[in-house]
Design a protein around this ligand. Structure first.
Ligand SMILES: Nc1ncnc2c1ncn2[C@@H]1O[C@H](COP(=O)(O)OP(=O)(O)OP(=O)(O)O)[C@@H](O)[C@H]1O
Length: 349
C-alpha cells in the first residue's frame, strides 16, 4: 500500500443559495434554499514515501478540500482514504503525529507569545523527545535564518519570517508527510528560495513526503518531480513533470551571441517557416545577439547553430525551453485538453 492512498474520494458541500442584496438575505432567513457543490469528484491518488508531488489546479478546483480530507480536518462524503495506514478523519490524533501542514494564509503559531515559546508548546503537544527537539531547533534556526526573531511574538513578524517559523513548527516533530498549501504566497524572491531550499533539504535528508499546492509555478519546477493537475474536482493529469514538458514544450529558443552583426539572418531559415529570428542586441559589451525560436520536432538546435556559424563567428549560445508555467496556463485556459494531457503521462482523464 502507498503512503497516501485515496480511492473514489468525494466531498460534497451544502451551499446556501441566496438572492442578491438585503432582501435576499432576509428572504433566506425564512425560506432557506441550498444546493450541493461537489468539490472533489472521485479522486484516486497514490503517493509513495519520499515523493514530492505538486497538486495544482485553478481556483476552486478542490485542492484545499483534498488536503483537508488527507489531514483529517474534513470527513469525505464518499470513497476511501488512508495515510500511512490510518484513516485520517477517524484517527485524527495518530494522523496528526505523522503529518505536518503549512497553510500559507494562516498560522499555527500562537499570536501573542514568542516564536520560541510557540515551538516549545508544539514540542509538548507532539511529545517530541528533547534530543530531537534540540537537534531540529538548531538545524531549522540555521537553515531558515530564524535566530533574529525567535524572541518575537508571531504578531510582530513579517510575512516571510512568519512563514519560516510556520515551516519550522510543521516539521518540528519529524513528520513523515508534509502538506504545503501555498507556502510561498506573497513572499519576496530571497525568502521564497530559502523556503524552497529548506523543503528540498527535508525531502532529501529525511525522506519527508511532500504534497504541495501552489499557484506559484516556480515552486513546482524547483521542488517536484511529479505533477497532479486537478480541475473541477477531478484529476486531469498525473505524471512526471518532465513528461509534460517533453510532450508539450515543443518550442525552444536559441540565444546566440556573435562576434559581429549578421545582416539578414532571416534568410538563413527561409526554408523553415516556423523559425523566427529576433535581434536582442542591447548595445552592451559589443554583444550581437540573436534569439531564434524553433519547433524542436521540426528543426534541431545543432542545424540552426550550424547555419549561423557558416555566416558568422559564434561566441556563445544557450537553449531555453518553455517553463512548466506556460504549459499549465494552457491547461487552465482549456487550450490543452485532458485526454491529450493524459496521453502524455498516465493521467486518469
Ligand atoms: N466549507 C465549504 N462550504 C461550501 N463550499 C465549499 C467549502 N469549502 C470549499 N467549498 C467549495 O468547494 C470548491 C473547491 O474549493 P477548494 O477550496 O478546495 O478549492 P481550491 O482548489 O483549494 O481553490 P483555491 O486555489 O482558490 O484555494 C469551491 O467551489 C468552493 O467554493
Amino acid at each position: 500500500m502507498s503512503l497516501i492512498e485515496t480511492r473514489g474520494l468525494r466531498k460534497v458541500f451544502r451551499q446556501a443559495v441566496k438572492d442578491p442584496g438585503l432582501s435576499g438575505a432576509v428572504k433566506h432567513l425564512f425560506t432557506q434554499r441550498y444546493k450541493d457543490k461537489c468539490a472533489v469528484e472521485g479522486i484516486d491518488l497514490s503517493i509513495e514515501e519520499g515523493e514530492s508531488v505538486a497538486y495544482v489546479g485553478p481556483n476552486g478546483a478542490g485542492k484545499s478540500t483534498t488536503i483537508k480530507m488527507l489531514s483529517g480536518v474534513l470527513v469525505p462524503s464518499d470513497g476511501e482514504i488512508t495515510v500511512d495506514g490510518l484513516v485520517p478523519y477517524k484517527q485524527r490524533m495518530e494522523n496528526a503525529q505523522r503529518i505536518g501542514a503549512v497553510f500559507g494564509q494562516r498560522t499555527q503559531l500562537w499570536w501573542d507569545i514568542p516564536v520560541r515559546e510557540s515551538l516549545a508548546l508544539l514540542r509538548d503537544i507532539y511529545q517530541v523527545p528533547t534530543t530531537v527537539f534540540k537537534k531540529n531547533m538548531d538545524a531549522f534556526t540555521e537553515l531558515l535564518g530564524m535566530e533574529d526573531y525567535l524572541h518575537l511574538s508571531a504578531r510582530k513578524l513579517s510575512l516571510g519570517q512568519r512563514m519560516r517559523a510556520d515551516l519550522a513548527a510543521a516539521l518540528l516533530h519529524d513528520p513523515k508527510i508534509v502538506y504545503l498549501d501555498e507556502p510561498t504566497i506573497g513572499l519576496d524572491v530571497a525568502v521564497k528560495h530559502r523556503i524552497r531550499d529548506f523543503i528540498k533539504e527535508m525531502n532529501r535528508e529525511k525522506g519527508t513526503t511532500i504534497l504541495l499546492t501552489t499557484h506559484d509555478l516556480g515552486d513546482i519546477e524547483d521542488l517536484c518531480e511529479r505533477l497532479v493537475i486537478i480541475d473541477q474536482g477531478r484529476i486531469i493529469y498525473d505524471g512526471k513533470l518532465q513528461e509534460v514538458k517533453d510532450a508539450f514544450a515543443q518550442e525552444r529558443t536559441l540565444h546566440i551571441q556573435l562576434s559581429s552583426p549578421l545582416s539578414d539572418a532571416e534568410s538563413l531559415f527561409r526554408d523553415l517557416p516556423e523559425v523566427s529570428v529576433k535581434r536582442t542586441n542591447d548595445g552592451s559589451e559589443a554583444a550581437f545577439s540573436l534569439s531564434i525560436r524553433f519547433n524542436r520536432f521540426r528543426s534541431t538546435a545543432s542545424d540552426i547553430v550550424k547555419r549561423v556559424m557558416s555566416h558568422a563567428e559564434v561566441i556563445d549560445f544557450r537553449i531555453d525551453e518553455p517553463s512548466i508555467e506556460e504549459i499549465i496556463r494552457r491547461v487552465y485556459d482549456g487550450q490543452l485538453d485532458a485526454a491529450e494531457l493524459a496521453a502524455a503521462g498516465k493521467g486518469s482523464a
